[in-house]
Design a protein around this ligand. Structure first.
Ligand SMILES: Cc1cc2nc3c(=O)[nH]c(=O)nc-3n(C[C@H](O)[C@H](O)[C@H](O)COP(=O)(O)O)c2cc1C
Length: 466
């Protein structure tokens, strides 16, 4: 029986999950500018036995028909967002064990900058930091904002991300020997020059020659997370990641993605069970099922067609509210100029145009189907026993290692998970009776001190099938 690892998914903005709930009196997530808000969240998680606090992040924002839609601004949907990395040292100081995972894309900063930022965070947290590697969402608005004239193709972004990490690892691992730092005040010697080495890196996308300016941090390498579940994304995770964040769609589809990541990891010569795979989960847990249902109903009552349509347009370029609600999506082909349909993303169109002969849903039915889902993964609600049953079933059916809790009413939902659900999971032996007293995030999550020796393995083993 596997132990459940628990993280919490946050953004340094008013609203998590592409849904609307921050205006509800139970939520105080609109206080995201205040350090005290985040310190409270971190303390709840630290005391509650959670493993880490995870921040999604990016420079982009939703765009519909080439601009920021009114709904996104009004609802605080994926806009605005602060830089979460700068929060972390303050939160580490106020907590004892909690890990902190920050998302940073491989598309913008040079690897030297990212390596230095995470090594510094690892020092300031005493070895409790992780990096969630993504190739970057909202590519269109990010490209505009940074003045890029072209967007890199999807799979090429992952090729570049492989190289990006290779250089970051070289900086973290090869520049300083373990005993290079002497910090010997009596001898007046800080570092031993003989134990410092130049990194020479010549790649297709990145070049670097010189010394890494941060001396080795407690973990040397931040715990490497990855999010992005396309085929190329799963391959990236299999080669590089220690923890993977997959989003829950259906049980069958998520289980297939998890199995595929583990199989690909085995092809890279890795132990497939050493990868921690966590899925996004929205939990409403209250002392009784009736109370949880009441709260869930209050959440659902806040959701609007406009919020759903904004997110859908961001994924597909299609404005559902401009269509005939009584007809299905084939109406997009009516006009002489169907526009750039499908160029931004096909999967969210195909899922509503069944190929098996069954009737396609109308636009009205699509809006109802997507309402309250946003970018959230699995959603469960009920008493502590109900929810613990659901989590145990998902762990086993999907072959998971844990969950990233996506709060609705923040931080009240997290307090409920800590005080109602965690004790129930402990009673069932699914979480340690007391928080693990591991010195680093890696030891806590993976049970090992070092980042796995992927580069040595990669040099020796060519993945099967390639
Ligand atoms: C579960 C999940 C979480 C993600 N979180 C972020 C994020 O915080 N910031 C970001 O820029 N992109 C994020 N991404 C998006 C990826 O960077 C982006 O979609 C990219 O194209 C790779 O995803 P793909 O392999 O699914 O195509 C996330 C993707 C997934 C599936």
């Amino acid at each position: 029986m596997k132990t459940i690892h628990l993280g919490v998914f946050e953004v340094a903005g008013p609203q998590v999950g592409g849904t609307l709930s921050w205006p509800h009196p139970r939520s105080s997530s609109a206080r995201f500018h205040e350090l005290d808000h985040w310190v409270h969240v971190a303390k709840v998680l630290d005391a509650g036995g959670f493993d880490f606090l995870f921040f999604a992040d990016g420079y982009g924002y939703p765009s519909v028909a080439g601009d920021l839609p009114e709904t996104a601004a009004r609802g605080g949907i994926n806009f605005p967002s602060l830089d979460p990395a700068v929060l972390i040292p303050a939160l580490a100081r106020e907590t004892e064990r909690l890990g902190f995972v920050v998302t940073s894309s491989t598309g913008l900063d040079h690897p030297v900058q990212t390596a230095r930022r995470f090594a510094s965070l690892d020092h300031f947290t005493g070895g409790r930091v992780g990096w969630n590697i993504v190739t970057g969402a909202s590519q269109n608005t990010v490209a505009e904002l940074f003045g890029h004239r072209t967007m890199q193709a999807h799979d090429a972004r992952y090729d570049q991300a492989d190289e990006y990490l290779d250089l970051a690892l070289a900086l973290w691992q090869d520049s300083w020997e373990d005993d290079a730092v002497r910090a010997d005040a009596s001898a007046g010697v800080y570092a031993d020059r003989d134990k410092l080495h130049r990194v020479e890196f010549e790649g297709e996308h990145f070049r670097s020659s010189g010394y890494f300016t941060v001396d080795p941090s407690p973990q040397r390498v931040p715990v490497l997370f990855q999010a992005g579940t396309s085929g190329r994304g799963r391959e990236y995770a299999a080669r590089n990641a220690e923890c993977v964040f997959v989003q829950g769609t259906t049980v069958a589809q998520t289980a297939a993605n998890v199995a595929d990541i583990r199989a690909r990891a085995a092809a890279w010569g890795r132990d497939p069970d050493s990868i921690r795979i966590l899925v996004g989960l929205t939990v409403t847990v209250r002392p009784t099922r009736a109370e949880a249902e009441q709260l869930r109903a209050e959440f659902e009552a806040l959701q609007t067609d406009e919020t759903v349509a904004t997110l859908y347009a961001g994924n597909t370029g299609i404005d559902l509210l401009a269509l005939d609600p009584t007809r299905d999506l084939t109406q997009l082909l009516d006009g002489a100029d169907a526009g750039p349909v499908g160029q931004m993303g096909q999967s969210n169109i195909d899922r509503f145009l069944p190929k098996d002969g069954s009737k396609a849903p109308t636009v009205r039915q699509i809006l109802d189907d997507l309402k309250g889902k946003g970018t959230r993964g699995f959603q469960v609600w009920g008493s502590p026993a109900d929810v613990a049953d659901d989590l145990e079933r998902l762990m086993d059916e999907v072959d998971l290692d844990g969950f990233l809790i996506e709060p609705i009413f923040d931080p009240a939902d997290l307090e409920d998970v800590a005080t109602l659900l965690v004790p129930e999971l402990r009673r069932r032996g699914r979480m340690p009776a007391a928080p693990i007293a591991a010195p680093t995030l890696r030891e806590r999550l993976i049970g090992s001190e070092d980042y796995f020796t992927r580069r040595a393995q990669a040099a020796e083993s060519v993945p099967q099938g390639s």
